[in-house]
Design a protein around this ligand. Structure first.
Ligand code: M6R
Length: 599
């Protein structure tokens, strides 16, 4: 939820840290800070608000250092303020540290440290870690030993990076349940919460694993595993290029990422058959062994999972249970051993989804991750991974990950349907051929941008919005509403169209905007009846259809199960423009963070 970027090398890293923090702002942006070593001293700069405020301080102070740690915060313990922003120091202030995660036993540790004379400056859980290291330094002269001993005392989730004024150029890092990646450059090293923070400088990265402790010295690095032995971690070459993490002329990442979708889906489709074969082993025998699927995710990824329930039931004739991870992990699920557990997550780091996956694993289920981030926690914990290939998704509001997840899950449903004999070879071929048209169909849907913008201009002052859909379009109604509330802060709700007469129709009044998803197909008549019902009560109907006979926003002709993928585009654009006309901070919506690595 917070973002970390640290550097140790041979050049002045000030600009590099600020740039890295800007790339990580999607993880948190209520305050930012950095610590830098200079002449045997650690200096700290902090600013409330966005990274730009910190940048001003860095320029004013002419920061020049080859060893720095930076942090952008999403508050969990203590309000956004200068005192609560990172880096934190211990006592007497020889160690500076940044943290992402939650230290669950911080109160207990704080009490013990207070009894030893430590005085705390913040309300954060993180500060205790800095004090612990300094307390340990009283007994050992070695910074790595003091750091390791402190980490052993922590319970909870953490990515930690610390520096010590007596060991210039040395960075100590630890990871448990929160992401931390080591970037390996030429004679320089980076530690970051996410790869885009250092991608401009190196594409070589090591994804630290839970329990790892990394020690960076100016000439090299060493990683120790949880068991205390040396950890051999693979160096990955990141395929993403730096421009894919930039706005490329778009006003916001959200708009850029909406427009990235044809490419993202094309890239996903290109690698899919191989991925599916490799990680899922869709042989007829294996596929027949699967008797059902649990699909678990959060937020937008959950909406993709819910849509996949409709795909899988229809194409693969499999029973499916889709649930939000935060509910699933505490339910008394009577796990069926011959069901597959599938976790869907863009970041691969969402704590709730990971916890649900680990429960399923413990119960002996085969697990599949559908993720976008290579090496992320869910990919490591899953037996198999199928990747969405969207490149980095920076906007907090997920867009291209959603359509790519739908693409993967749709393909999976077809593959399973064919392997299980629910689809004949010609049926499979025809459906797969249509799926391969998705990039072009998404591009056609994007051409509706101006029409969407014009409609959005007419409704952006409304205070409440309703979204209706049926079958595979019902999850899209939920997603349309989520997108709108996330970026515009307006009230928006999605319903299965058939349900509105059972209660929600009461909220409809003259002028209430109602978005209705009405693809040509077997339920078209039913959804149109719901539209009549809301129109009769004065609703302002915005129909998204691919039936030229209807009066609405006309999208390309596709089968009704693929319709939600292309109809996602105008709904994302509606959310974007309504938020833009309301003057909202689209890429950094209030109260949200991109990656929710705490429960
Ligand atoms: O990284 P994940 O896909 O696991 O994230 C799940 C949700 O936190 C995420 O989709 C969230 O709902 C987004 N803000 C949606 O736009």
């Amino acid at each position: 939820m917070c973002g970390i970027i640290a550097y140790s090398g041979g050049r002045n890293g000030a600009a590099l840290i600020i740039d890295g923090l800007k790339k990580l702002e999607y993880r948190g942006y209520d305050s930012a800070g950095l610590a830098y070593g200079a002449y045997g001293k650690i200096n700290i700069l902090k600013a409330v608000g966005k990274v730009n405020n910190l940048e001003e301080l860095v320029l004013k102070n002419k920061v020049n250092s080859a060893c720095l740690i930076g942090h952008t915060r999403w508050a969990t313990h203590g309000k956004p303020s200068k005192e609560n922003s990172h880096p934190h120091t211990g006592q007497p202030g020889a160690v500076a540290l940044v943290h992402n995660g939650i230290i669950e036993n911080y109160l207990e540790l704080k009490q013990k440290l207070t009894a030893k004379g430590h005085k705390f400056k913040s309300q954060t859980d993180s500060e205790v870690a800095a004090h612990l290291i300094e307390e340990n330094l009283k007994r050992t002269l070695s910074f790595p030993a003091a750091f390791e001993a402190a980490v052993k005392q922590l319970k909870g989730a953490y990515a930690l990076v610390a520096m010590y004024n007596r060991e210039p150029g040395v960075l100590m890092a630890a990871k448990k349940q929160s992401p931390l990646v080591l970037g390996i450059g030429k004679g320089e090293y980076f530690l970051a919460s996410d790869v885009p923070a250092f991608l401009q400088h190196t594409k070589r990265a090591v994804f630290l694993e839970d329990g790892d402790i990394a020690c960076i010295i100016p000439r090299g690095y060493k990683i120790t595993a949880a068991d205390g032995g040396p950890a051999k971690r693979k160096i990955h070459t990141i395929a993403w290029d730096n421009t894919s993490a930039q706005k490329c002329g778009y006003k916001h990442f959200m708009l850029k990422e909406i427009f990235d979708q044809p490419q993202a889906v094309e890239d996903t489709l290109r690698t899919l058959p191989n991925d599916i074969k490799k990680s899922f082993g869709i042989s007829a025998r294996r596929a027949k062994e699967i008797k059902g699927i649990y699909l678990v995710a959060c937020g937008t990824a959950y909406h993709a999972a819910l849509a996949a329930k409709y795909f899988l039931e229809h194409f693969a004739k499999l029973p499916v249970e889709a649930d939000t991870a935060s509910e699933f992990k505490y339910r008394d699920v009577n796990f069926q051993k011959d069901w597959l557990f599938c976790a869907v997550s863009q970041s691969g780091e969402t704590a709730d989804t990971l916890a649900a996956l680990l429960n399923a694993k413990k119960a002996g289920l085969r697990t599949l991750g559908v993720c976008n981030v290579l090496g992320s926690a869910i990919t490591r914990a899953s037996d198999f991974t199928v990747y969405t290939r969207c490149g980095p998704e920076i906007s907090v509001a997920s867009t291209k990950a959603f359509t790519s997840q739908l693409t993967v899950l749709y393909a999976l449903s077809l593959q399973l349907g064919f392997a299980r004999g629910a689809l004949s070879k010609p049926q499979f071929n025809e459906l797969y051929k249509e799926l391969l048209r998705l990039p072009a169909l998404l591009a056609a849907a994007l051409k509706k941008q101006e029409q969407v913008k014009k409609t959005a201009r007419g409704i952006f002052r409304k205070k409440s919005f309703i979204f209706l859909g049926r079958n595979a379009c019902f999850p899209l109604a939920l997603e349309g509403a989520l997108k709108l509330k996330e970026v515009s802060y307006l009230h928006a709700e999605g319903f299965p169209a058939g349900e509105i007469k059972h209660g929600p129709i009461a909220v409809i009044e003259r002028g209430t905007p109602v978005f209705a998803l009405a693809p040509k197909g077997f339920l078209e008549g039913k959804i149109l009846s719901s539209c009549q019902e809301v129109s009769a009560r004065g609703a302002m109907l915005i129909l998204l259809t691919n039936d030229a006979a209807q009066n609405g926003l006309l999208l390309p002709r596709v089968s009704e199960y693929l319709f939600p993928v292309i109809a996602a585009v105008p709904l994302q654009l509606f959310a974007y423009y309504i938020a833009a006309f309301n003057g909202c901070d689209i890429d950094r919506p209030r109260n949200l963070a991109k990656s929710v690595t705490v429960e």
